[in-house]
Design a protein around this ligand. Structure first.
Ligand SMILES: [Zn+2]
Length: 67
């Protein structure tokens, strides 16, 4: 299922892109929820992937938590 996201300023369809660091690592959110299982017991927090939408008109970038 693809969600159409529109720029709040321009009203045009935003393009989904991937945001990476210079080293090629993907960005992700770290939640306040402990990771399930053993690592959570060690204090490791759960990670959530992000979805990036970019407006081709004005360049606005929006980050969404990929649920
Ligand atoms: Zn825009």
């Amino acid at each position: 299922m693809t969600t159409i996201r529109r720029c709040p300023d321009c009203g045009v369809t935003m393009e989904e892109m991937e945001m990476r660091t210079d080293d090629g690592f993907k960005l992700y959110l770290v939640t306040n929820e402990p990771k399930p299982g053993f690592l959570g017991g060690l204090g490791v927090k759960e990670k959530v992937k992000t979805l990036v939408a970019v407006c081709p008109e004005c360049g606005l970038i929006r980050h969404y938590a990929d649920q």
